[in-house]
Design a protein around this ligand. Structure first.
Ligand code: GLC
Length: 466
């Protein structure tokens, strides 16, 4: 008797693995592990990271498995810091953990949260609370359940996050000032100050938060603050972070040390700080948002996540959004090559690597965060491309990823200038690689779900007129 066993498709495999990654707490599905690689030490990869869970949560929402997302939101709201800290080593009110884990004590299960205080680099996970708001909006849109977001508990959680983000800081710009490693890049990579990834997520979170705030007296106060901030944030990013050949020419000829109110070179950027690679790399058509901007300093590196999320949220103008995708197309062999897509470009090396990373052996040139390729970014690339009608680019990227991801057991990241090698310390069966690929595929098949993660240009914010 011959039994024919149909070979599992990549999609079936991805769904099976995603299902297997789910974490249960008190008999309820509440999240997913970061990776299920039995060959490497788990460290904290057996935890559910908020940022890692986002693509998985979006897949579940699209597939109608909304309970797990509901449970995740309920449990994480319970983990948010709500009490004044006893000492400065504790997280401030409003912060969401980087990750959590189910633990047991005398047969009682409890959730143990890590606010970066136990994570390897001891970094503050500022992106968690921003992603959390973005997910809450997606959940609300997917299910039509307004009650959850409008409940007192969730309104309080939203207010805490907004207060910590919109509260006073030692700052004279609308961007959020954060320490190094406060986001997906959670090790020293020279991101302290105003890194693009945080600014793009901040923008989306403010817009999502505004949609969900109940417009009572307190809600209205927050909405006013949001509208003020959004107007200047968008102005700041579109004008001062934007880089293209025209802008590069301007910076190249900037006068520095200008004084007074009507200066052109507002941040006193010295033309000498333009890295040589960029003068050749910047395409004639195309541009991107710089990695960071502060007094006297611009980080000229290209960071994919911040640029793609900016497109999704309409933080960039239509023209700029198309130009970012044009740049990816023109610099395909640098940014995509054998695996979509570089987390940042180019890598830092030599003395710069020693000083900036503190000699981090995981972040050596063209590895991990330092110019490694991260397939999780595929879903953001798909969303950004679909929003701008550039499905052709996303399809090309998907075709490259599809050939290798399942064969390589869904690695966390790839190494090398062109992403040909599986990352040196990369975990396999990395959940957000699996979910990111699935999500990209689902979005491609059902463009209506783009709505869950994208925003049209804002019409409510108070325009900035400086
Ligand atoms: C690494 C990544 C981080 C991710 C974590 C779990 O630390 O840098 O972004 O959340 O692994 O996958």
């Amino acid at each position: 008797l011959m039994i024919l066993i149909a070979k599992e498709t990549i999609e079936q495999q991805a769904n099976r693995l995603l299902e297997k990654s789910i974490i249960h707490y008190q008999q309820k599905a509440v999240g997913a592990v970061a990776a299920a690689d039995s060959e490497r030490e788990a460290l904290n990869y057996d935890q559910c990271f908020i940022r890692d869970f986002i693509p998985a949560a979006l897949v579940f929402l699209i597939q109608g498995k909304t309970d797990i997302v509901y449970n995740f939101l309920i449990e994480t709201v319970g983990l948010q810091k709500k009490k004044r800290r006893v000492d400065c080593y504790q997280p401030p009110i409003g912060l969401m953990p980087a990750s959590f884990k189910v633990e047991s004590l005398e047969d009682e299960q409890y959730l143990h949260a890590d606010f970066g205080d136990k994570a390897i680099g001891r970094v503050t996970p500022i992106d968690s609370c921003l992603w959390w708001i973005i997910l809450l909006r997606a959940y609300t849109k997917a299910t039509g359940d307004l009650e959850l977001a409008q409940s007192d508990n969730f309104q309080e959680a939203l207010a805490f996050i907004l207060e910590i983000c919109l509260g006073p800081q030692f700052e004279m710009t609308p961007t959020l000032l954060v320490p190094d490693g406060a986001c997906m890049i959670d090790r020293p990579m020279g991101l302290s100050g105003h890194p693009l990834e945080i600014q793009s997520l901040f923008y989306l979170a403010l817009r999502a938060g505004r949609e969900m705030l109940v417009r009572n007296t307190e809600g209205e106060i927050l909405v006013d603050k949001i509208n003020n901030r959004l107007g200047s944030l968008v102005y700041h990013l579109q004008n001062y972070y934007w880089l293209d050949l025209t802008k590069l020419n301007q910076i190249h000829r900037y006068q520095s040390e200008q004084f007074g109110e009507s200066v052109v070179n507002k941040f006193n950027i010295y033309p000498e700080s333009i890295p040589y690679w960029l003068t050749e790399w910047m395409p004639d058509q195309g541009g991107y948002l710089a990695g960071n901007l502060g007094p006297g300093k611009m980080d000229f590196r290209f960071f994919s996540l911040g640029n793609l999320v900016a497109i999704m949220g309409s933080l960039t103008t239509e023209r700029q959004s198309s130009d970012i995708l044009n740049l990816i197309e023109h610099r395909w062999s640098d940014l995509v090559s054998k695996m979509p897509i570089k987390l940042c470009y180019p890598a830092i090396s030599g003395l710069e690597w020693r000083i900036i990373t503190g000699c981090d052996p995981k972040n050596t040139p063209w590895s991990y965060h330092n110019g490694g390729s991260w397939p999780v970014l595929l879903w953001m690339m798909m969303a950004a491309c679909q929003k701008m009608g550039r499905e052709d680019l996303a399809d090309r990227a998907m075709a490259i990823a599809e050939l290798r991801l399942a064969q390589d057991d869904w690695p966390e990241y790839y190494d090398g200038k062109n992403g040909r090698l599986i990352g040196k310390s990369s975990r396999k069966f990395q959940t957000w690689t699996i979910a990111g690929w699935l999500l990209a595929k689902l979005l491609r098949e059902n463009p209506r779900y783009l709505d869950l993660v994208c925003f049209e240009a804002d019409t409510e914010a108070i325009a900035c007129t400086i």
